[in-house]
Write a protein that binds this ligand. Structure first.
Ligand code: MN
Length: 309
């Protein structure tokens, strides 16, 4: 999954609403977008909610059936700067390749974490023999000033720590939750976890100095009086140390959180930066096949940058 964003999705103005008073959620409806041939539901960013901690992008892809007629997802080589890509599969399999020479198949329950830094290129393709459901979430994390111009990197985590919750469970992708800590790299104070809420509801212990949001994958959860459904973003703000999630029939969701990201970011296409000038330079360097981005060993065609900023 790759999730190029357009300037329509992410206007450059900064307009952050105040955190809601607990316990409630501010719910942002999803928008559909196309990534390759697949329809995705974009939960983040929003005009009024551009970041949650350093999390700056969330696409929920599928579920979709991959068969002989529907080949699923093939995203040709495209560049990134200034962000980490976090790939989380619910169903299916994908093959990641990048300009560092990485070639890594990912399955549900595993984490692919790519750091773009100054620049990286990657491609995502189907595992050709795979038939069945494909569903996942593609996330981006904005890098802080200290690493955003640094080296690119790639990590695959085949196993992640799990924790029991009150009437639920968690798999920790990044950061710490309920006593479990992931080994995955993080450049700022963030958490990302998949939460399974059993019938009736669960309570999730969280950090009061983090803001948090929910991206529901299956089922519905109720926070205060707000219902959060698949594809939506339920923003729950800061200042509480536990998050009660009601769910009549149970649910699965991603919990994203972190210390509010201090730097004003600019997002355009596949780039996270601080100024339009940086964007324009990266765009030109991709268009002219500058050595900044390198190349990926794949049969898929390179994706051209959109024409204008
Ligand atoms: Mn990508």
């Amino acid at each position: 999954m790759s999730g190029p964003v357009s300037s329509v999705d992410t206007p450059p103005e900064q307009r952050e609403p105040d955190s809601p008073a607990p316990p409630c959620a501010e719910v942002f409806d999803d928008r559909e977008a196309k990534v390759g041939n697949i329809t995705v539901r974009r939960a983040l960013p929003w005009r009024g909610r551009r970041t949650v901690g350093a999390w700056c992008f969330a696409d929920h892809m599928g579920p979709e059936q991959v068969d002989d007629d529907n080949g699923g997802l093939d995203i040709g080589p495209h560049p990134h700067i200034g962000l980490h890509t976090v790939t989380w599969l619910v169903d299916g399999a994908l093959l990641h390749r990048d300009s560092l020479g990485s070639e890594q198949e990912i399955r549900p329950g595993q984490l692919n974490l790519m750091t773009a830094g100054h620049g990286v290129v990657h491609a995502e393709e189907m595992v050709r023999t795979y038939r069945g459901a494909l569903q996942g979430v593609q996330l981006w994390v904005a890098q802080p000033e200290s690493t955003r111009d640094g080296a690119a990197a790639f990590e695959h985590h085949a196993e992640l720590p799990a924790a029991d919750l009150d009437n639920g469970s968690a798999v920790v992708l990044i950061g710490s939750l309920a006593g479990a800590t992931s080994n995955a790299r993080r450049d700022t104070e963030i958490v990302g976890a998949e939460i399974t809420v059993r019938r009736g509801g669960a309570v999730v212990p969280i950090r009061a100095d983090f803001e948090h949001a929910l991206v529901v994958i299956d089922g519905e959860v109720v926070v205060g009086e707000s219902v959060v459904r698949p594809g939506q973003l339920g923003y729950v703000g800061m200042g509480r140390d536990e998050l009660p999630l009601s769910s009549q029939d149970g649910a699965r969701l991603l919990l994203l959180g972190g210390v509010p990201f201090g730097d004003p970011i600019v997002m355009w296409w596949n780039f996270v930066a601080r100024t339009k000038e940086e964007m324009a330079q990266a765009r030109t360097q991709w268009a002219t096949e500058d050595e900044r981005f390198g190349s990926v060993d794949t049969a898929l065609a390179r994706i051209p940058a959109p024409p204008a900023l």
